[in-house]
Design a protein around this ligand. Structure first.
Ligand code: G6P
Length: 475
């Protein structure tokens, strides 16, 4: 039977060792894992990826245990060595590609040793797929960590059906061209039959890079390379709407909300939830809250910011530095404004189970989603889906892919701090009927274009590209 083989650097399940060295299985963070997490268990589908830890030789038994457990849940683990994690994952993926693609190119490191490891690990993923793949399978590769994999597979399986989706922004040509390996990366992705991005602008930037670097033009997103047609298009990812709406109505969520509310008293609440990342604008958001409290002092003692920061990539230097900066800023603001019975910022540096998050979403009068740059951002969609009574206001950065769909939110430029401050005031004073109107509109869109719709749209399109190649004899 034909299957879909999902391939991504991180599996939806993350394996960790606790302080006794025992294994723990947790859900992975980030848009990719949360987005596709509900899909891969269908039928015979399988997810190829890294379980998030490495094993020394003496831990062979533990490794076998992990493999057995993951395999029984439709996952095929690819193991990385300690040095591959350093050079491929922390290095090329997160110190070269991530900053460049998020327009933080001043943070990017260009090291040949990083690229060599990237190539080697991409080959490892390719080999894992080749071991599994049958001729009828669809191979769907995800994200910036695996840009070379599509072409590596194409070289071995010329007829395979290969899709690639990028979950982060694709930068403008002028930024992308800074990468010494720009040509190799594009050739790698172009091994696919269908290449997808979150937004029209990402797609446009990619096509412009293909034209300027590979000298290949396009016709309405269709390009021809080595006599093979490849389709490039945008597919904005959705969330599992019903999961968030149902969780928001669940008794365990309601009792958590009552518990949190009782401890926080009757004040306005603003919420932000992110992985720890400089692209998320966490430090700037704290400065914005500081300006808000001094510009609108009538809100002192009357509003708190619940700020959830989920630990991420904490072995990478820029992330370590950011953690220190955020800790300092939170301390400074709480010290400046706080009183015996009011804490301006409730700061949590950890992840939470879904019913806690749902309770936060339900309680929040305002969600402050202000990344400097974000491929899509799913937190804003989760907030909207959780607002069963339709009361609440979303403030959303225009630099998040989601802003293209959620035009009913208060859209802001995160660099314009005073604009965001005034948007907070506007949100807090917005009449309830207006809140309900905007929320209803956004809910309708997010419910319709949910994760199931997104998966089907991408896979159906990949099928039709393959059909078209057969008809035109251009595979
Ligand atoms: C983003 C990326 C994903 C990544 C996730 C978590 O959402 O698009 O590919 O898995 O962040 O980051 P991590 O480095 O922990 O996998």
């Amino acid at each position: 039977m034909a299957r879909t083989i999902i391939v991504s650097n991180r599996l939806p399940v993350k394996v960790q060792r606790d302080s006794n060295g025992d294994l723990q299985y947790k859900s992975s963070e980030g848009g990719l894992a949360t987005g596709l997490g509900s899909i891969y268990k269908d039928g015979d589908n399988v997810w190829v990826g890294w379980p998030g830890l490495y094993f020394k030789d003496k831990n062979k038994a533990q490794k076998a245990e992990v493999t057995e457990k993951l395999t029984s849940e439709n996952m095929d683990p690819v193991y990385l060595s300690e040095s591959e994690i350093k050079l491929f994952y922390e290095g090329f993926s997160n110190e070269t590609l991530w900053p460049t693609f998020h327009y933080f190119n001043q943070y990017a490191l260009y090291k040949k040793s990083y690229y060599d490891a990237y190539k080697k690990v991409n080959q490892k993923f390719c080999d894992a797929v080749l071991e599994l793949a049958n001729p009828d399978d669809t191979i769907w590769i995800h994200d910036y960590q695996l840009m070379l994999v599509p072409d590596m597979i194409r070289q071995k399986l010329p007829d395979a059906s290969i899709g690639f989706f990028l979950h982060i922004p694709f930068p403008s040509f002028e930024v992308f061209r800074l990468l010494p390996w720009r040509r190799e990366l594009l050739d790698g992705v172009l091994g696919s039959d269908l290449v997808g991005f979150h937004t029209y602008d990402d797609m446009r930037h990619f096509l412009s890079a293909v034209s300027r670097i590979c000298f290949i033009g396009n016709q309405q997103g269709q390009i021809t390379k080595d006599r093979r047609t490849i389709m490039i298009d945008s597919f904005p990812i959705g969330i599992d709407y019903d999961k968030y709406a149902n969780s928001s109505a669940a008794p365990s969520t309601l009792s958590k909300e009552v518990k949190f509310r009782t401890s926080m008293g009757d004040q306005k609440l603003m919420l932000s939830i992110d992985r720890l990342d400089y692209s998320k604008g966490i430090a700037a958001r704290l400065e914005i809250f500081d300006i808000f409290l001094s510009k609108y002092p009538e809100y002192q003692n009357k509003i708190s910011l619940i700020m959830v920061v989920v630990p991420s990539r904490d072995t990478v230097e820029k992330y370590k530095n950011l953690k220190e900066e955020v800790d300092l800023l939170v301390g400074r603001i709480n010290g400046k404004y706080g009183s015996m019975n009011w804490t301006p910022i409730h700061y949590f540096y950890r992840s939470f189970p879904l019913d806690d998050l749902s309770a936060f979403y339900r309680m929040a009068d305002v969600a402050l989603v202000t990344p400097m740059r974000d491929g899509m951002n799913l937190v804003c969609k989760e907030y909207v889906a959780s607002k069963l009574d339709k009361k609440g206001v979303l403030i959303l950065s225009e630099m998040a892919g989601a802003s293209k769909e959620l035009s009913e939110a208060l859209i802001v430029n995160p660099n314009d701090k005073h604009q965001v401050v005034d948007a907070i005031y506007k949100a807090l004073t917005m009449p309830v009927e207006e809140q309900e109107k905007h929320m209803a509109f956004m809910q309708k869109a997010i419910k319709k274009f949910d994760i199931h719709h997104w998966v089907k749209l991408f896979l159906d399109r990949l099928n039709s590209v393959k059909e078209q190649q057969k008809v035109m004899g251009t595979k």
